[in-house]
Design a protein around this ligand. Structure first.
Ligand SMILES: Nc1ncnc2c1ncn2[C@@H]1O[C@H](COP(=O)(O)OP(=O)(O)OP(=O)(O)O)[C@@H](O)[C@H]1O
Ligand SMILES: [Mg+2]
Length: 451
């Protein structure tokens, strides 16, 4: 069951001392290790220390009741099984509890045999579940990467849309703040499409200077420009019969936008330095972290191209607008970190759950991913605390900022400090800042700080 010599460690939670005693005697006789808590709050404190396989709890208690306890457990350590006691007349609540992830319920007064059977079954399931989890993680070798978490209504709608458009050839425009999962969604469209065994190629339009982006996309013939000492295929050709994701489409220079429009209309490309058209059959997905209409209005996105790209639009809401995704995403990222962290981590402490739900997540899912990773590395108890996550920690003391300092200057100094701390490594600096590498790159470009 566990790696210790008892059959399982059970926490009994009930505000009636006689009930706790009866249960403890009964369970210990069966070889279980039993601990007791008289209130929900006490139980939470004990659970935070980790090491419990199962919780038996009464529903009705003063303060934190059985339902709330269940919610905390399922957020903090979902692999802990929960069995609920229900007095006469609370069956409806018991059913509700099972929806929230309770293993089962049992009536009060209880039948001894029935109770022991349910406990044994629940513990068996727990063992199986963790075995399956380990096997799966091993199989994938990367513990669930690539999986899309969509617990909120908004994300379920996004996925419904993905399934709807995937089988078609329609161009898709994906909108969403930085770190909301635009690339994840683009990849999902590709994966669910008939092109799934063909290449999926993401290109970040803001990461190249204009001429380089052009030769990347279109390729070139030998001698097309100085340095072109042999011919090279462009990404349109490489993505032939597959999907090309043009990320940050608003950063594509206008002349190139015109060329892109022609590719879309004619279904062919010409390599730089060549007049021979090459047929390409590529599905185009574009992404932007600014509103597409806004890009058109400010003249950074050609209107005719916009209409061509905007056949289907998918908008991914920022994480703060879909709080139902926060904890499931955190669990998902923890699952991925677990192996790497090489220590037993059961889940998140109640204060961490609260901190995550309260945080505004300006860096969206990517920021959450980084916070969980940080938490898994720094935590010293089996559960990750709010402090381990260190959300919203800002290195500056607001009072010490000089009068007249602009937000832009503050941002620059934060970016430079982060870069300095990581010896100029942009990926690491971006991670620490809770922004994407692209965003960092854009800022550096904007501030003229690029080497
Ligand atoms: N729904 C989700 N389920 C699981 N992981 C997700 C989800 N959404 C985002 N992620 C993860 O969050 C990180 C950021 O996602 P992604 O790169 O797709 O964001 P983006 O919107 O393209 O960001 P940017 O604007 O900076 O390019 C990635 O590591 C991705 O795997
Ligand atoms: Mg992206």
């Amino acid at each position: 069951m566990t790696d210790t010599d008892h059959n399982g460690h059970i926490l009994v939670v009930d505000d009636e001392p006689s009930m706790r005693t009866t249960l403890s005697i009964l369970l210990r006789r069966e070889g279980y290790e039993v601990s007791q808590a008289g209130t929900g709050a006490e139980a939470l404190g004990m659970l935070e220390q980790g090491g419990y396989d199962m919780v038996l709890t009464d529903l009705k208690m003063e303060g934190i009741d059985g339902m709330e306890l269940l919610r905390h457990i399922k957020a903090a350590a979902p692999q802990t099984e929960v069995l609920i006691f229900t007095a006469y007349g609370t069956i409806a609540t018991a059913v509700e509890a099972m929806k929230l992830g309770a293993y089962d319920y049992i009536g009060k007064p209880f039948d001894e045999e029935e109770l022991l059977l349910k406990v044994a079954r629940a513990l068996e399931r727990k063992a199986l579940v963790s075995e399956v989890r380990d096997l799966r993680a091993e199989l994938k070798g990367q513990g669930g990467r690539g999986k899309i978490i969509a617990a909120s209504k908004q994300m379920r709608e996004v996925l419904a849309r993905v399934r709807q458009v995937a089988p078609t050839e329609a161009t898709v425009l994906i909108e969403g703040e930085s770190g909301t999962g635009k690339e994840v969604v683009a990849r999902a469209i590709h994966q669910a499409s008939p092109r799934s065994d063909r290449p999926f190629i993401p290109v970040n339009c803001s990461a190249f200077p204009e001429t380089l982006l052009e030769s990347e996309l279109f390729g070139y013939e030998k001698g097309a420009f100085t340095g072109a000492d042999k011919a090279r295929k462009g990404l349109f050709e490489a993505a032939h019969t597959g999907t090309l994701l043009l990320d940050e489409i608003g950063d594509m220079p206008p002349p190139l936008q015109g060329k892109l429009l022609r590719v879309l209309q004619e279904g062919e490309v010409r390599r730089l330095g060549s007049t021979v058209p090459i047929k390409v059959q590529v599905r185009i997905v574009t992404a932007t972290n600014k509103g597409a209409e806004q890009l058109v209005a400010q003249g950074t996105l050609r209107e005719d191209l916009f209409y061509r790209l905007n056949v289907v639009r998918i908008s991914i809401p920022p994480l703060r607008e879909r709080p139902d995704d926060i904890i499931p995403l955190a669990q998902h990222f923890l699952e991925i970190c677990r192996k790497k962290a090489q220590k037993e981590i059961t889940g998140f402490a109640p204060d961490a759950v609260k901190a995550m739900l309260d945080h505004p997540w300006p860096g969206n899912v990517r920021e959450l991913e980084n916070a969980v990773e940080r938490g898994a590395i720094t935590c010293r108890s089996p559960s990750i605390t709010a402090q381990d996550l260190s959300l919203g920690l800002f290195p500056l003391d607001a009072a010490s900022v000089e009068k007249g300092t602009t937000l832009k200057e503050l941002e620059q100094s934060c970016i430079l400090t982060a870069l300095e701390r990581h010896g100029g490594n942009q990926a690491k600096a971006a991670r620490e800042l809770g922004i994407g590498r692209n965003t960092l790159w854009r800022r550096l470009k904007e501030y003229g700080l690029l080497p």
